[in-house]
Design a binder for this molecule. Sequence first.
Ligand SMILES: CC(C)(COP(=O)(O)OP(=O)(O)OC[C@H]1O[C@@H](n2cnc3c(N)ncnc32)[C@H](O)[C@@H]1OP(=O)(O)O)[C@@H](O)C(=O)NCCC(=O)NCCS
Length: 145
Amino acid sequence: MKVKRAFNFYDVINTMVTKTPKFLLEGQKTDRLIFRKLEPDDFDSWLPFFEHPDSTKYLLKFANSNPLDQCKEWFDRVFMRYNNGLGGFNVVIDKRDGTFIGMGGLQVQTVDDIPEMEVGYSIMPEQRGKGYATEAAKKMPGFCL
Ligand SMILES: CC(C)(COP(=O)(O)OP(=O)(O)OC[C@H]1O[C@@H](n2cnc3c(N)ncnc32)[C@H](O)[C@@H]1OP(=O)(O)O)[C@@H](O)C(=O)NCCC(=O)NCCS
């Protein structure tokens, strides 16, 4: 007699993965910064990053060329990572006054079929040159290992 399962293993695993984003730094702090998850409402805060010509000079993977589409692509990628347990960028804010400094995070990347952890960071144009990228990046390996 065939026993009908009350649940589907794939659904259970999928729920565990999607409800528990991995490798995020939510709540982690440095001297000046605090990390939190990206929210859809952050879109307008992050759009000026793409409006600055220097921002995408070295981010060659962006297929889109106008800031609005680039920002949408960024959000899609981050939420895809959250939903698949592949890490993703966190918002990095100034812990004194909540200023939006930029984003940084751990991302699982597959290189030559081997999953590797990448440390990524990007800083708002007006916040560059203050050591924030270094400060955020230093927190990440220590948190992950
Ligand atoms: C690349 C990028 C992340 C660098 O951001 P950043 O915050 O300026 O980088 P750093 O943390 O290394 O800051 C170092 C600078 O801050 C200065 N600084 C000021 N206060 C500092 C402090 N308290 N501690 C350390 N450095 C400090 C340093 O002297 C240095 O100045 P310099 O660049 O004139 O030599 C930023 O330009 C960016 O977002 N670019 C576009 C996106 C991108 O390329 N991302 C990286 C690819 S993943």
